[in-house]
Every structure is written in C-alpha cells, then in structure tokens.
Design a protein around this ligand. Structure first.
Ligand code: SAM
Ligand code: SF4
Length: 332
C-alpha cells in the first residue's frame, strides 16, 4: 500500500471495504482464533514524565501502589486458573523493582505455569532485557508512541527517541517476540504523521503492534486536549493488519474507553488479541494512565467470561493457545 493509499483510507475512503479486508487477512492467518492475555499492573510508580500519562512522576494526585512478590504471583495464579495463556507484567518505569527481582518473578512464573510471559516495563537497558530473556521472558512490549522524532520529544520530555528505538531492536536481537506501536490522535499529529507512523512501524517487522487512541488525562499537560478519534484508530488498526498480516494486534482498552463496544469494533477491524486487567481489585483502578481505565470492579473471572462470550457471539473462538507471533513462521 502506498502512502497516498494509506492517507485515503485514513480519510475514510472505504471503511467497510477496509475492515472486511482486514478481517479476511486475519482469518487467513489466525483462523477463527482470538488470543487472550491477562495484565498484572504491579506498580503505579513511574520515573518518567510522559505528557499524556496519568502515572507521570510529577502527578502527585494519583494514588501510588506497589505489589509484593507474593501479590504478583497470586495474581498470576488466578490468571492461570482462568486458563489465560499469557501474563503481561506491566508498570511504570519503577527502579524499586531491580533487575534481579523481575528475573526472579519471571523464573517463578515459568516454573509454576505453562504460560507465556510478556514484560512491559519501559526502558530498562540491554543488560536487563538480556537477563530477563535468560530467565524465560517470551515477549516485550515497548511502544514508540510515534515514529516522528521531533513530536516524540514533545510527548516524552527527558526521553531519547533513538534510545527507545535501539531498545526495540535490542529486544528483537535477543529473541523476544517484540512489540511496539503508536498512540493515535496525540496533540500535533496529522493524518500525514499517522501515515508515516504506520509505514515506519511496519518497517520494524514486529511480532506485536499496538495502536490505540489518545485519552486525555486531566492531571497531565495534555489534559485539555481532544481525545483521539476512535474511527481513526480503527482505520489505523485495519491498515496495520493488511501491512502486517502475521503480527499480533490487540483491540486496546483505550479504544473501549473512547467508544462503547470499542473492543468489539477493534476485532471487526482485524485485531486478534484481547487483554484484561487481572490486577488485584483493591488497587486496579489506581493504575490510572487515563480516565476510565480499569473501572471494572467485578472479578477477573467475570471479565474473562464476558470476553469469551463476546468472541463467541462474533462467530469467533477464544483461543487457549499461548498465542505466539506468526511473524516469520507461517508463510511470512
Ligand atoms: N511504562 C511503560 C511504557 O511506557 O512503556 C509501560 C506502561 S505504559 C502505562 C503503557 C502504555 O500506555 C504506553 O505505551 C502508552 O501507549 C499508553 N498510554 C499512556 N497514557 C495514555 C493515554 N493518555 N492515552 C492512551 N494511551 C496511553
Ligand atoms: Fe511512565 Fe509509561 Fe506512563 Fe510514560 S507511559 S509516564 S513511562 S507509565
């Protein structure tokens, strides 16, 4: 697809045709299966100052929590009991959890359960990435947020674009299933930015690609900005599916936040992954990266059951497989 064709689709040239094409490609590669992941958000502390995120260090109105080793492992046990085949350990960039601690957690999980472990802990350096891989971590999610270097600087003060990009490449070199992605509709982004981001993220040849809309958080410098257009996020996901047939693409919770039934529409636009918070209910709502995040107060069992029902109602099948990437494995 050329940049001009991408731009035409982003402008809404043919949503029905775009989404049908994306679903057909997903079906060809993944059949009817939708992969399920449980997320344990184990710390709301963060040393960074991303201008879009409620967990940014200068926000002193957010409640900060840290889970203990036992609490993290209990949450993973619960997830495994629900037959969720992947755990995503996510958090702010929180040096309180040192390299050895995270490594020990990964080893413990792999010893207890036959599940895949995804880490999403921000930039922690090549030695940390390498150690966690040796401990058994399977996947790592490190979103670029945008591939436009000058915009990146305005979104993530104090962070270096080239360093983050090098981080993604290090993860690939270490043999992780590497994930990255973008936020759509951040302040200052144009359709041209988005088209370039789609092409640049495709060039990275990723195993997982996440594209979710920006949701303004009032306690951040971007609090008064407009939210990302959910339709644009859906078009972005569908184009990414066409350009990256074998990649795992989630229907993000941000999409559900800005539009009712957003996740269902994400699956309709070619996504093949759903993720749910299995963070202990006592702290779940405090992982407040944007308003509306983690508002579900019922049990993880309830959430997972509802998701499986949703998938079946769409004529699809909730997968019980580990849900690994098919990039480079099936006809790629
Ligand atoms: N701290 C790690 C990092 O930034 O890579 C992982 C956790 S961070 C909360 C996970 C993702 O949340 C980020 O990559 C970003 O895409 C997303 N995020 C944060 N604030 C957001 C917002 N206001 N709207 C949409 N997505 C947001
Ligand atoms: Fe921290 Fe991640 Fe939020 Fe940035 S997006 S402030 S790194 S939790």
């Amino acid at each position: 697809m050329t940049r001009d064709e991408i731009l035409a689709y982003l402008k809404g040239k043919d949503d029905a045709g775009l989404f049908a094409g994306a679903r057909a490609v997903r079906r060809e590669i993944f059949g009817d299966e939708i992969y399920l992941r449980g997320i344990v958000e184990f710390t709301s502390f963060c040393r960074c100052r991303c201008n879009y995120c409620g967990l940014r260090a200068p926000n002193d109105e957010v409640f900060r929590y840290r889970l203990t080793e036992a609490e993290i492992l209990d949450a993973v046990d619960e997830l495994a009991a629900l037959d969720l085949p992947t755990v995503v350990l996510q958090g702010g960039e929180d040096p309180h959890y040192d390299v050895a601690f995270i490594g020990r957690i990964v080893r413990s999980i792999k010893a207890r359960h036959a599940i895949a472990v995804t880490l999403s802990l921000g930039e922690r350096g090549p030695e940390a990435f390498s150690h966690w891989r040796e401990c058994g971590a399977d996947r790592y999610l490190l979103k670029m947020e945008t591939l436009d270097e000058s915009l990146y600087g305005t979104y993530r003060p104090g962070c270096d674009f080239q360093q983050r990009l090098a981080g993604v490449r290090t993860l690939q070199r270490l043999g992780y299933e590497a994930g990255s992605g973008i936020i759509t509709g951040l302040p200052g982004m144009t359709l041209e930015t988005l088209a370039d981001d789609i092409l640049a993220v495709t060039d990275l040849a990723l195993d997982m690609i996440s594209a979710g809309p920006f949701v303004p958080h009032p306690q951040t410098p971007f609090g008064a900005e407009s939210p990302g257009d959910p339709q644009l996020a859906l078009r972005t996901m569908a184009i990414l599916r066409l350009l990256n047939p074998h990649a795992n693409i989630p229907a993000t919770s941000a999409l559900e936040t800005v539009r009712e039934e957003g996740r269902k529409q994400g699956i309709d636009a070619g996504a093949n992954v759903l993720m749910f918070s299995v963070t202990p209910a006592s702290v779940r709502k405090n992982y407040a990266i944007y308003p509306g995040k983690n508002q579900e107060t019922r049990t993880a069992a309830h959430t997972v059951q509802k998701a499986r029902e949703l998938i079946r109602s769409m004529g699809l099948s909730p997968s019980s497989s580990l849900g690994g990437s098919k990039v480079g494995k099936v006809g790629a």
